[in-house]
Design a protein around this ligand. Structure first.
Ligand code: NAP
Length: 525
């Protein structure tokens, strides 16, 4: 037996489990070797997938503790025999002495025969000389409304570990799972399936659950939302997460491809700051934003200390903080949106818009000037959306003469009137008198990379062209501007600077800009 007693007391940390799902012995052996090479802590043998595999030999060969699972079809597995056949086979499996046997709560609750047999072949503690019982609940559709009641019943059963796995339809669906992990007196496993539930797979480590399921690659995952082991370690710093980790994240929709988790977690690593930064998928709408904030802030044990806010919630963030009469940076108020929230240990909120400083610093650093040098200079801002607004606020504050060009002329007009700028018809863009050109539209952004918002023949060597688009790093506009011998500034410079300001607001430390640059460039390469 791979003595399960050796696992828990020695490590006291959340284990990383990898499912072995191959059908035949050779493929399963390859998966096991790969899991061991990737430093998995524990293997789940999905015996319902491994019908053709010589699992007793594989049990013996594995140098990691094994969870034996024989999932029936009605619980999302592949075992298609009768329940009697399954119980018989589980008794056989127990003789091969895996460290754990996973058995499903609905089958345990429904049948006294199942209860009897499972109780006889397993034990309810981690240090006995029998496989320990993991009692598991799965819901592949949603978080059931009677979850707490079911958990209470499961907690009274003779199991070593209670495992709850539910499909998270929204970020809010993580909360009952996190509450259970936080309150559970015995070792727990919680997993939110799907993209919205991914955060629970990482927060498992902060909440000290028994294990979290990972996979070797997305192709080999056994449940939706599993995060590959390498990514858990490299992006989320799995090995550094502790109960004391302070929580940060980016709120937006969509959020799966956000580069912010990689950049901020790398900055935490570089500065040895005990932070954990996650992507929070919050669907559009003020109500969804409010529910997210209220739900996560009220659970003070999550230690939420800071948020980046992105599309479509920047205006919602300003509204939420205004409704809470929180402290809001006056310039951020003018921009009409927030991209940064700072949360103090006593729950006080403060809001900022670091896009403004990020853009202005990228521009002045790129030109080798100070902000006051912008005074009196003509600057053409292309666009009249959120980014343009922050830039117009910053530029007018610095005394620049701002000319706004936008597809929807009325929007440009409104923005210009609000900040004493000038709206100019788009048709006159080629003849702009400005020598600083800032693209704050999404034109040229991936995947539409063959588009440019500015006529190439109007680009001149005495111009500075700043494209706020950062994916791709080198847009068509910047390529054409470089060909015209103009000075160019990439949106990556703004992105890094706005992120660096966030880091400084949250940690009170100087941001490791070089590290943040490297991570961003690597991700965009
Ligand atoms: P937004 O509020 O949706 O505004 C989009 C702007 O682009 C509007 O002015 C819109 O014109 C214009 N636009 C969009 N598609 C167009 C098209 N096909 N032709 C002409 N105009 C078009 O978006 P946002 O938040 O301001 O973001 C704008 C850009 O800033 C994005 O590319 C984003 O990546 C970039 N950004 C960069 C950073 C950074 O850190 N580097 C930070 C924030 C934003 P209408 O008014 O006519 O719709």
């Amino acid at each position: 037996m791979k003595n399960n007693g050796l696992i828990m007391p020695a490590t006291q940390r959340t284990l990383l489990a990898v499912p072995i799902t191959a059908a035949d012995t050779a493929s399963a052996r390859r998966q096991i070797q790969s899991a061991q090479a990737h430093r998995a802590d524990i293997l789940e043998f999905r015996l319902d997938h491994m019908a053709e595999a010589d699992w007793p030999t594989l049990f013996d060969e594995a140098s990691l503790p094994v969870i034996a699972t024989l999932r029936p079809k009605d619980q999302g597995g592949r075992f298609s025999g009768s329940e009697d056949q399954r119980l018989e086979l589980l008794a056989e499996i127990a003789k091969a002495r895996p460290a754990f046997i996973d058995f499903e709560w609905p089958h345990f609750a429904a049948s006294s025969r199942a209860r009897q047999l499972i109780s006889s072949i397993t034990c309810d503690s981690l240090d006995a000389d029998k496989p320990a019982l993991i009692l598991s609940l799965h819901d592949f559709q949603s978080v059931p409304s009677n979850l707490n009641e079911t958990i209470a019943r499961m907690s009274n059963a003779p199991a070593a570990i209670v495992k709850v796995v539910c499909m998270a339809q929204s970020i809010q669906d993580n909360l009952p799972l996190l509450d259970f992990a936080h309150q559970s007196a015995r070792p727990a496993i919680i997993l939110g399936m799907g993209q919205a539930g991914q955060i629970s797979r990482v927060l498992a480590a902060k909440l000290g659950t028994f294990l979290s399921f990972s996979c070797l690659s997305l192709d080999e995952s056994s449940a939706p939302g599993q995060i590959p082991l390498d990514q858990l370690r490299s992006v989320y710093r799995w090995d550094r997460i502790t109960e004391q980790s302070l929580l940060f994240g980016v709120v937006g929709s969509p959020i799966a491809h956000s580069l912010s988790p990689a950049i901020h977690n790398a900055a935490f690593e570089q500065t040895d700051f005990a932070g954990l930064y996650l992507p929070f998928l919050v669907e559009p709408g003020y109500e969804n934003f409010t529910q997210f904030m209220d739900g996560f802030l009220s659970r003070t044990w999550l230690d939420l200390r800071g948020l980046s806010v992105t599309i479509p919630h920047k205006e919602n963030a300003l509204r939420y903080l205004s409704d809470c009469t929180a402290e809001i940076d006056p310039l951020a108020c003018k921009t009409g949106s927030l991209n940064t929230i700072v949360i103090s240990p006593d729950g006080q909120l403060a809001g900022y818009n670091t896009d403004l400083d990020g853009a202005l610093d990228a521009l002045t650093d790129g030109m080798g000037i100070t902000r006051s040098d912008l005074s009196g200079r003509k600057v053409a801002v292309l666009g009249a959306g959120g980014a343009a607004r922050a830039i117009v606020v910053g530029l007018t504050q610095a005394g620049a003469q701002v000319l706004i060009y936008n597809r929807t002329a009325s929007r440009a007009q409104r923005l210009a009137e609000e900040f004493a700028a000038t709206a100019v018809p788009l048709a006159q863009l080629a003849k702009t008198p400005a020598r600083i050109i800032i693209n704050a539209t999404s034109i040229g952004m991936h995947p539409d990379i063959q588009a440019s918002p500015f006529p190439s023949d109007a680009l001149k060597p005495d111009m500075t062209v700043f494209d706020t688009v950062y994916n791709p790093q080198q847009t068509l506009l910047l390529t054409q501007a470089a060909q015209a011998a103009a000075t160019t500034i990439s949106g990556t410079e703004m992105f890094i600077r706005q992120a660096a300001k966030q880091f400084e607001l949250w940690t009170g430390q100087a941001a490791p800009i070089d590290t943040m640059h490297q991570v961003l460039y690597r991700a965009l390469a």
